[in-house]
Design a protein around this ligand. Sequence first.
Ligand SMILES: Cc1cc2nc3c(=O)[nH]c(=O)nc-3n(C[C@H](O)[C@H](O)[C@H](O)COP(=O)(O)OP(=O)(O)OC[C@H]3O[C@@H](n4cnc5c(N)ncnc54)[C@H](O)[C@@H]3O)c2cc1C
Length: 499
Amino acid sequence: MKKIIIIGAGIAGLCAGVFARLNGFDVEVFEMHSKPGGQCTGWQRGAYHFDNCIHWLMGSKNGLPLNKLWRTVGALDDSVKIINNEIFATYQSGDKTINIYRNLDRLKAHLLEVAPEDTKEIKRFCDDAKKFVKLSMPVDKAYDMFTKRDMFQLVFKMIPIVSSLRRYENISMGELAARFKNKDLQRAITAIIPSQYKASSLPATLASLHDMDSGWPQGGSLAFSKRIENKLLSLGAKLNYNCRVSGIIINDGKAKGIMLQDGSTHSGDHVVAAADGYEVIYNLLKGQYTDETIKTLYSDSKAYPVYSSVFISLGIEADLSNYPTPLYFKLKTPIDTGGQIHEFMTARHYCFEPSFAPPGCSAVTILFEADYDWWKKKKENPVQYKYEKERITEEVIHAFTEKFPESNNKIKKIDMATPLTYERYCNAYRGAWMSWAPTPGAKIRFITGMPQGLDNFYLTGQWTMPPGGLPTAVMTANWTIQRICARENVRNFFIDRAV
Ligand SMILES: Cc1cc2nc3c(=O)[nH]c(=O)nc-3n(C[C@H](O)[C@H](O)[C@H](O)COP(=O)(O)OP(=O)(O)OC[C@H]3O[C@@H](n4cnc5c(N)ncnc54)[C@H](O)[C@@H]3O)c2cc1C
């Protein structure tokens, strides 16, 4: 059987491996890190586990098309409990509290109580969001393999929401927030999705929550990744960790294999690159196979921005389970995370996960948007870089203990990641947490991942379909293997038809 080499064991790489094995290909994966999952990960510090990724998982609801994909790759099954908290997030400022309820009717009633001055806008927004529930994007088949019938079905599905969609497609989250008069409500909604993002992201997310999708899979991100790794190994794939790919072997316009940093070479019939997009396109392929879409995505940072973060994790010998999670609250003193001043903090405790902290203790993570260039500059001077990490950690702990007084003198583990940490561990372009953010007015651009002039080579994962995220990783992995099946004239397991 033909062999597929996969670069990267993030979610896209692992899933591509599973789909490839299910379609009968030999599979060998090369990952630079020592563990699976890429950005979908978590780390242990003493008795505490800190989760890096899943805040909400689209496709967690049994029966949805995306759920079928997660089950196929082994990420979810009936033994994995899905937690769908009634309150998705809580906002607090002074004596004001706003709960983002999962149920849209409950949310509407609550918002009308909190901000009666915005009655008209709240009703319109919540009613619009409900219409998005009916919108389920096709996940089974690559868009470039769509037939006219598939296209017609997609357009037909969109009809009921077109008028609502138009109200959010061309404005940002900040502009959507400004439609409300109530300042707390304005801040609460931009706490869920950043203010620069396209506003349609919010009704789509709330609709998914209302539909009892987008839950938390028990065990968290690393356990999620490990289940896919297990499935891949059980199907007979070979997985190599601590193997950084440094080049693609190309002969006569065809990818023939890869070269590792240690100089060894490995050949295959197809090469699937599920690593960071910039690394693949500009480093491994030396920028020789770009096109207009790729050039625009990587150069027009106004229309296609990427965002990174500082991520502070705290292991606390105190039970914080009575607090809402995540809690977005106003700081008494703003915190500067490097070129960005924050007046609010989002703290997320995981007391609902017994394996994340000893009994009576709490694992907490705090994420702030941060400027990659600022941190890159600081890194040039290791003393300054260390100083800034310590300064921010100290300020965060001070603000945190003010809000959660039980934590005072009870913080036993502290961990801090900067944009450069994500770059170091995952090779993430500009330390980004996802790929290009959707901004209003920017044309939707996909990378098919099949560079012109280079056969047998495929790019997959979050950098082929903005804005990325876990659903993109599994969907694009499936589509890439469908393209290879089409090339090899193999009947595709998943779409169950000869292609
Ligand atoms: C803080 C945070 C919170 C998030 N929250 C959510 C959420 O709630 N919901 C959601 O859907 N998504 C979320 N995401 C985004 C999600 O984690 C990513 O979109 C997804 O994991 C991307 O998967 P991927 O496989 O495409 O890429 P990656 O995870 O980047 O995987 C790429 C892999 O390739 C490896 N690699 C890179 N270069 C090389 C090389 N040269 N040789 C060998 N290996 C290489 C990397 O080490 C990595 O393992 C979050 C991300 C972050 C950081």
